[in-house]
Design a protein around this ligand. Structure first.
Ligand SMILES: C[S@@+](CC[C@H](N)C(=O)[O-])C[C@H]1O[C@@H](n2cnc3c(N)ncnc32)[C@H](O)[C@@H]1O
Length: 352
């Protein structure tokens, strides 16, 4: 075999970087769980003993964790004082739940892929699906926290205004369905912003609906938000002005059936908003860091979820606009356009 030494070195450099990131994913999870990032960001610079004291954890473990974090570039280390700290950029990504770039929930998502890996390995052999109801608990909370970052900073400010005529309807009082709502993060954000509107969140996973109900109650939104267990093809018709699918249409086995149901349940001049992972239409145009994350999530979560349901279309998380347009068209939603986008999301508007 003719091996190019430079290519091999470059590839090994990349692989060691990836192995380091993979090994550190569990450290990210426990730093989030134990409040280590938050304490360091709020009270640093700190020694390992000071951080352990502040978080009620054992110094020897914290010292090793901090060393790995500093080697990862997730925290800074000052050799002269022996203290660790986080700069504003590191804190925004890892310690501040409300920041526009918070990634602190990623550890829970990675955890879910490993906990559920035996089921997915079996599914590779059998070709069968693995439904959302068979997944580990950390997937549900991890998903809600991971997506909240984008929804909190874009949904009310940019995505809804990008839809034709929807903002005025919401301000005046509209009927909104949030299909595949999970823990209802998007539902709550819209309900907080538009008190005259009424919101119905639907999901086929009862555990998620229970959690969504409780959080809406705690947020004092019960007067305008209701959550019910329903699939995307069974929720009741209500002349909705807006039907939303946040990062879930591609998880469904029968997205065309879901679009047909939108057609039947929405007002004639209503709008369907599809928030989908950003993707280009051609595989080779998604070979970038975002595509890499989404194809992996799609393999471990979205594709098995879809294959578990009837039809099992398995669009995948990188379906892209052209395929989604075709799904909407087959469901009878003929007017279709890209309303806006972020590096992580396509915001698509579909109308009858
Ligand atoms: C990736 S999660 C997104 C959850 C939520 N929309 C969010 O953005 O945080 C996908 C959701 O779709 C739901 N789902 C999948 N297939 C469904 C179906 N056929 N009908 C209703 N909900 C479904 C799952 O239970 C899960 O809550």
């Amino acid at each position: 075999m003719d091996v190019d030494a430079d290519k091999l070195n470059a590839f090994m450099g990349k692989m060691i970087g990836d192995v380091g990131a993979a090994m550190n994913a569990s450290l990210m999870l426990l730093g989030d769980k134990l409040g280590l990032y938050k304490a360091l960001a709020a009270r640093g610079p700190m020694t390992s003993a000071e951080l352990a004291q502040a978080t009620g954890t054992a110094e020897r473990y914290v010292r090793e964790w901090l060393s790995a974090q500093a080697a990862s570039g997730y925290v800074d280390y000052d050799a002269a004082s022996g203290r660790f700290s986080m700069g504003p950029e590191q804190a925004l990504a890892l310690a501040d739940e409300d920041s526009p770039v918070f990634l602190g929930a990623v550890g829970s998502l990675v955890q879910a892929t490993f906990l559920d890996e035996p089921k997915i390995t079996d599914a590779f052999r059998s070709g069968k699906g693995v439904g959302w109801n068979r997944r580990s608990e950390c997937l549900f909370c991890g998903t809600a926290r991971f997506f909240r970052t984008g929804y909190k900073h874009h949904l009310v400010q940019e995505w809804l205004p990008a839809l034709d005529g929807v903002l005025d309807k919401l301000k005046q009082g509209a009927k909104v369905a949030d299909v595949g709502c999970g823990h209802g993060v998007s539902t709550r954000l819209m309900a907080e912003a538009f008190p005259k509107s009424r919101f119905w969140g639907f999901d086929y996973h009862d555990g998620s609906i229970d959690a969504a109900r409780k959080m809406a109650q705690d947020a004092g939104l019960s007067d305008r938000v209701r959550f019910d267990v329903h699939s995307a093809k069974s929720y009741p018709a209500n002349g909705y002005d807006l039907v939303c699918f946040f990062d879930c249409l591609h998880d469904m086995g029968d997205p065309v059936g879901a679009m047909k149901h939108v057609h039947e349940t929405m007002a004639a001049d209503g709008t369907c908003m599809l928030v989908e992972p950003f993707a280009n239409d051609r595989l080779e145009d998604n070979f970038n860091p975002v595509g890499r994350v989404y194809y992996a999530a799609s393999t471990m979560v979205c594709t098995p979820a879809s294959l578990d349901q009837e039809v099992g279309l398995a669009l995948g998380a990188q379906a892209g606009e052209a395929r989604l347009r075709e799904v909407a068209r087959q469901g009878g939603l003929m007017r279709f356009r890209r309303a806006t986008e972020t590096p992580f999301n396509l915001i698509l508007e579909a109308r009858i």
